[in-house]
Design a protein around this ligand. Structure first.
Ligand SMILES: [Cu+2]
Length: 125
């Protein structure tokens, strides 16, 4: 029954305050910068052995197969596996939430042994 002690103008002000609280926040947090990285598969190697990126920032990895063979980009630890036919390209977007070195390779038999492997190095700097 406390409402009875609140003056009418105060109740209106309170209602206004509650409405303001329910409204969406005026300033949205800044959108994290997307890190655009390209990796090209060739016969039989990747065009890069090391990829560096930041933790907790969206990573947009564009994979392209410029070879004449199938290649399959794979990062086991991140559960990423992308099969690329010759001439094909595909974009994978993901975020790595911690620092570390994540090995990538081509999982087509024999290709990693032939040198189709590299490291995705994630840091927070
Ligand atoms: Cu391959």
């Amino acid at each position: 029954m406390q409402e009875h002690h609140i003056p009418h103008w105060a109740a209106l002000a309170l209602a206004g305050l509650l409405a303001a609280c329910a409204a969406p926040a005026p300033a949205a947090p800044p959108t994290p910068a997307v890190q655009d990285i390209s990796l090209v598969a060739l016969d039989i190697y990747w065009d890069q052995d090391v990829i560096e990126a930041q933790a907790n920032q969206p990573l947009r990895l564009t994979l392209r197969n410029d070879g004449a063979l199938d290649h399959n980009f794979e990062i086991l630890e991140l559960d990423i596996s992308v099969l690329l036919s010759p001439g094909e390209s595909e974009v994978v977007e993901f975020v790595v939430g911690r620092n570390g070195i994540f090995s990538y390779l081509c999982s087509i038999p024999g290709h990693d042994e032939a040198g189709m492997l590299g490291e995705l190095v994630i840091s927070d700097q």
